[in-house]
Design a binder for this molecule. Structure first.
Ligand SMILES: Cc1cc2nc3c(=O)[nH]c(=O)nc-3n(C[C@H](O)[C@H](O)[C@H](O)COP(=O)(O)O)c2cc1C
Length: 278
């Protein structure tokens, strides 16, 4: 089941998706068996995240408005990264800047031997002076990927969105500017209301929808890009079983990322791996 992309070897196609398996310092028995782990998004400054409630379960997936809670790059490097040197798998750090300069700083800070690569989170709604996601703007995708590429020789993954844009356009922009792989889909926009209070349920008002509800759309996006682009794709969205993984590989992904499924069962990655091996 080994997958080789550029200079990296993945012992199997399974990755743990950003934001759903912490910072890589817990559950090492699961992490080390996977092809890799992508950490929670890291920002320049520490972030406490959005007001609670941050997670709401829908009938077929979850809505989250965690809001990039993380220790910030300095604390991450001094307290978490040293613990990750012994990981026996590929470690990717998901970086979330609020400007091109911030992405550049994060990439420079993380050009360290412990990590296999970076996942550029272009689908987080926190770019300065904009209500839009960077991944909804092909020109911004091009600028950020090119700026990060200049600062690192590490494996670069561009994490795109399928929210209100054809991701084929932004995938092309990412590839043209030096991304080694693209990753999608991130969560889809969502909102839920409490009919008694007549108010939105999430503290952040809107959230990101993930889980089985988004799987057919995620598969479509990967298939759609695969028809036109010859780029390594990390596919994900609602993976809960080995069959789901096979579907993503059939749609055209080389690797897959298990996300919300980890929140239901932190050992899901091991279970899926066992099923794939049988
Ligand atoms: C609670 C939660 C936190 C997330 N945090 C991040 C994040 O920090 N950076 C990122 O790029 N994606 C983040 N994601 C998106 C996931 O990595 C994944 O792309 C998305 O949830 C779709 O996959 P799934 O349906 O398997 O969960 C988060 C998802 C969830 C559910």
């Amino acid at each position: 089941m080994t997958v080789i992309i550029k200079n990296l070897t993945f012992k199997n196609p399974l990755l743990l998706a950003s934001g759903t398996f912490g910072l890589g310092d817990k559950f090492l028995g699961v992490i080390n068996k996977m092809g890799g782990i992508i950490t929670k998004g890291i920002t320049i400054e520490e972030r406490l995240g959005n007001p609670i409630p941050r997670i709401f379960e829908t009938p077929s997936g979850i809505l989250n408005s965690v809001g990039l809670e993380n220790p910030g790059i300095k604390k991450f490097k001094t307290t978490i990264l040293p613990k990750l040197t012994k990981l026996q798998t590929n470690l990717f750090i998901n970086i979330a800047g609020s400007s091109v300069d911030e992405f550049t700083i994060l990439a420079t800070e993380l050009d360290v031997p412990e990590i296999a690569g970076l996942e550029i989170n272009l689908s987080c709604p926190n770019i300065k002076n904009s209500q839009r996601l960077p991944a909804q703007n092909p020109r911004l995708v091009a600028k950020i990927v090119a700026a990060v590429r200049k600062k690192t020789s590490k494996f670069l993954i561009a994490k795109l969105t399928a929210n209100f844009i054809d991701p084929l356009i932004t995938a092309q922009a990412a590839v043209d500017n030096g991304a080694d792989a693209i990753s999608l889909i991130n969560t889809l926009y969502g909102i839920a209301f409490d009919v008694k209070t007549r108010k939105p349920i999430l503290g952040g008002i809107t959230g990101g929808l993930s889980g089985p509800a988004i799987k057919p759309f995620a598969l479509y996006c990967i298939w759609h890009i695969r028809q036109k682009l010859d780029v390594p794709i990390i596919g994900g969205g609602g993976i809960m079983t080995a069959n789901d993984v096979k579907e993503f590989l059939l749609a055209g992904a080389q690797l897959v990322a298990i996300g919300s499924g980890n929140l239901v069962d932190p050992f899901l990655g091991l279970k899926i791996l066992k099923e794939l091996e049988e």
